[in-house]
Ligand binder design. Structure first.
Ligand SMILES: [Zn+2]
Length: 336
């Protein structure tokens, strides 16, 4: 899998150019989140970590090691709506008086945090039940995701950014690129002049970014077709002229084209695998997840379900499968 990246050397070089990676702990399986402190006319923090005393203490210490106080931050930028990225934004903004920038389409979602996320969790439970996850597992997951709410906070955006516009930091300008898929609000910030970008979780070097099924950003009924969106986003990113993408988790990405090609190839294999499972006999999405991942389909029910539904969306679009309702359950079968 790809060449080993000397991540320390890349990050040291970035730091010498005024971009400091601040890896802050999260309670999630993904591990630390990389926040980035960018020295410019506006001292800018890209993502802030989850809301916890420990994350705040480490963020403060890491900023201090880079020679800055959180109080001096002028601008905080959100790459997307996930808790591990946005939980501390409000805290940092209140302490520093910083402006807060994020994609315009995400402003309401970020401001409405608590109740809106609870409603999204209800929709997630509905989705799981409809696709064959048991009551017990679906409601157990709801409890866990509800408890995760403590790690988030509402974000009041003062600088809404439209897709294709520029975020001005002083010497740098970052082009704002909406790249939905992993979440509906994923935004990549592209420094065209320096051939680098801040990618959030749009691309990760060590794991594929889960295209989680979500509620649409405008809160409308239904769900995102996240893998279809994600593929379109990756195809756009593949065209970018880049030497470096700094990600929200894991190592810097030096060859985004090769990485995206690996992701596309793996996805194609999974698509055929899922089609093969449906060909054996019709079944709901959760049963497909169980056939692929066994017990993990239970412990990570929503994640694996998102993965399967992402692919069945594509197979439906290709006309290779069909879906029918049976006792409140969605069954996938080969199109005939
Ligand atoms: Zn994320």
């Amino acid at each position: 899998m790809g060449d080993e990246v000397d991540s320390d050397a890349v990050l040291a070089e970035a730091a010498s150019e005024g971009i400091h990676c601040l890896p802050v702990p999260t309670p999630f399986a993904v591990g630390r989140i990389n926040c980035y402190l960018v020295e410019d006319e506006r001292l800018t923090l890209i993502d802030a970590g989850p809301r916890s005393d420990q994350s705040l203490a480490e963020l403060e210490q890491l900023a201090g090691e880079a020679g800055h106080r959180l109080e001096d931050i002028d601008l905080v930028v959100a790459t997307h709506q996930h808790l591990d990225h946005i939980g501390l934004i409000r805290t940092v903004a209140e302490r520093s008086g910083a402006e807060v920038a994020a994609l315009d389409l995400a402003v309401n979602r970020l401001a409405a945090f608590g109740d809106r996320v609870k409603a999204e969790n209800d929709r997630a439970v509905e989705l799981m039940l409809r696709h064959g996850v048991s009551d017990e597992v679906a409601n157990g997951l709801r409890e866990i995701t509800t408890s995760f709410l403590n790690w988030g906070d509402k974000v009041i955006v003062t600088e809404p950014l439209s897709h294709g516009s520029y975020l001005e930091l002083g010497n740098r300008r970052l082009k704002v690129l909406h790249r939905p898929g992993h979440s509906p609000s994923d935004t990549v910030f592209h420094d065209e002049e320096r051939r680098m970008a801040f990618g959030g979780d749009h691309l990760l070097s060590h794991i594929s970014s889960n295209p989680l099924i979500s509620t649409p950003l405008d809160g409308s009924p239904g769900r995102t077709r996240s893998l279809i969106d994600y593929n379109a986003s990756m195809a756009e990113t593949r065209k970018m002229d880049l030497d470096l993408m700094l990600s929200g988790h894991g190592d810097p990405i030096l060859d985004h084209v090769a990485l995206i090609d690996r992701r596309f190839a793996a996805e194609k294999r999974r698509l055929e695998k899922i089609f093969g499972i449906i060909e054996q006999r019709p079944r709901p999405a959760h049963a497909i997840a169980e056939a692929i991942w066994g017990n993990v389909a239970l412990t990570q029910a929503y994640l694996t379900l998102s993965e399967v539904i992402g692919h069945t969306d594509i197979l439906l679009e290709q006309g290779r499968i069909a879906e029918r309702e049976e006792d409140g359950l969605t069954i996938f079968e080969v199109a005939g």
